[in-house]
Design a protein around this ligand. Structure first.
Ligand code: SF4
Length: 181
């Protein structure tokens, strides 16, 4: 997509598109997409946070996660990631859809009250303390600490570690603020 001649649009083009199997799901048919925007889109994050029901807005690093048309997005100031896709053309359709979404939001933002509230992730160390610490790799990560970091960023569900699927462990996770659903 290239809308560089259209001066009324915020995101005029994107580049560096990469569509491939996610590193955390080797061997699966799922594809993820990554690309760069031609401008810093972070000024729109509070407006996404205000209007998208499942949006979670993070401080460090600065990014926002949400679902749009069944696709999970992570938007950073100048790039984006999305998953899952079945094929290349489906991914490209959703990337174009995201650019239209952002440009639509930009034109409407004067009528939206921005929400600057940030989501506070559960600290990595708190999650790590609930894990067995055996580094058994059954979750696909090389170590429990890496799994805890992915859980803290909400990139990984607790149930990918088989040792956490007990009532006792689930209660401990709930106690530290992990959402199990
Ligand atoms: S499956 Fe659980 S115990 Fe094994 S490495 Fe992953 S987080 Fe650690």
């Amino acid at each position: 997509m290239d809308e560089k001649n259209n001066k009324s649009v915020f995101v005029k083009k994107y580049s560096d598109v990469s569509i491939q199997t996610p590193a955390c799901h080797p061997g699966t048919p799922i594809l993820s997409a990554h690309f760069r925007f031609d401008t810093d889109i972070s000024e729109l994050f509070p407006y996404i946070n205000a209007t998208v029901e499942d949006a979670k807005y993070f401080d460090i690093p600065l990014y926002i996660r949400f679902t749009l048309d069944g696709v999970m997005w992570a938007l950073y100031p100048e790039n984006a990631s999305a998953v899952p896709f079945e094929n290349h053309s489906q991914a490209m359709e959703h990337i174009d859809r995201m650019v239209r979404f952002l440009n639509g939001l930009y034109t409407e933002k004067e009528s939206i009250t921005p929400n600057h509230k940030k989501h506070k992730p559960v600290p990595v160390i708190d999650i790590y303390k609930v894990l067995p610490g055996t580094n058994c790799k059954e979750c696909g990560f090389s170590a429990c600490m890496a799994f805890a970091a992915a859980m803290s960023k909400e990139e990984m569900s607790y149930d990918k570690c088989p040792w956490l699927k007990t009532p006792e462990k689930e209660q401990l996770l709930t106690n530290i603020g992990v959402e199990l659903s």
